[in-house]
Design a protein around this ligand. Sequence first.
Ligand code: PLP
Ligand code: SF4
Length: 348
Amino acid sequence: MNKPTLRHKKWAAVSDKDWSSWTWQLQNKIETLADLEEIAKLDPDFSFDPEDVRKTQTDFNFAITPYYFSLMNLKDIECPIRLQCLPSSRENVSLDYELLDFPKEDSMMPVPGLTHRYPDRVMLYTTHHCAMYCRFCTRKRKVSDASTALRGQQIEAALKHIAATKTIREVILSGGDIFSFSDRQLDELLTKVRAIDHVEIVRLGTRNLVTLPFRVTPELVAVLKKHQPLYIHTHFNHPEECSAEAATACKALRKAGCVVNNHTVILKGVNNEQKTLQELNSKLIPMGVQPYYFYHCDLTFGSSHFRTKIEDDLKLIRGLHAEIDWHQEITMSHYMVDTPGGGKVELV
Ligand SMILES: *Cc1c(COP(=O)(O)O)cnc(C)c1O
Ligand code: SF4
């Protein structure tokens, strides 16, 4: 069963109403050294190295929702939740084959903020805000930096390009995180995308189901219901993220008519074990979430401490597939490697 999240004692006195409000969660994000120091003072179980924060600040901000922070096992400095959200000076290691814009998204932009890499699909970067900044993020060159976000005018230009390009059958609204949009902004954008006749499939990319499940409110569900069918692509990496709150959010999206698919990045120390991935996928199914892809960690700058070897991933995924009975095939995701400029390649 999915366990409700035990909130950290820093937030023990917060009312349930505030705790489960997504705006409260965003207003109370952990995002400064002082915030972390305050928790360390309050709780002897939590310790961290301030240098990890100081040394990484210029390249990639950090932000953690109180909800996601509470999933952490504070006694374990290698906790998979902690590794995904707390900055580490290991991010400063930069290898010469790691790239700033690893998937070469910026060179495939017919208009700013729209990547057109496959003939029939485009990806629109709507906002560079995320509820949390994942330390392994492929797009960290952009996200968390508000100055690079798309402006209204650019979104209009992107929509014009989509409307004028008849080969485009699918629009992926990504970011950052599309659920950082307000309900009204999302409703307006979906209305405009839906008005383009040749767009058959609309996909929304969000990690809010993992980092801020309270974002899925009845108001958001009402907006999504208006624009069905919609595909939601999310990003659970570890079974501990499959909380009762996350399950409630995912099921509400299914009820609204959405197909909910999951991408998992294989990350060293987080989930590169067969039993972890198996447990993750088997927890996702009852939450109404379909495992979609396992990814090899992209060659994004400063992510070498997370990266596994492709040959080890292959052993892992093949082992996983071998364990699964034919009738459980639904729980199998394919293993994909993204290549610089060449798109995704399916290896298993
Ligand atoms: C991953 C990606 C897609 C979607 O690929 P699928 O295999 O359909 O999930 C589309 N456009 C870009 C730029 C991508 O990186
Ligand atoms: S939610 Fe997605 S885009 Fe945002 S930091 Fe995490 S991985 Fe990157």
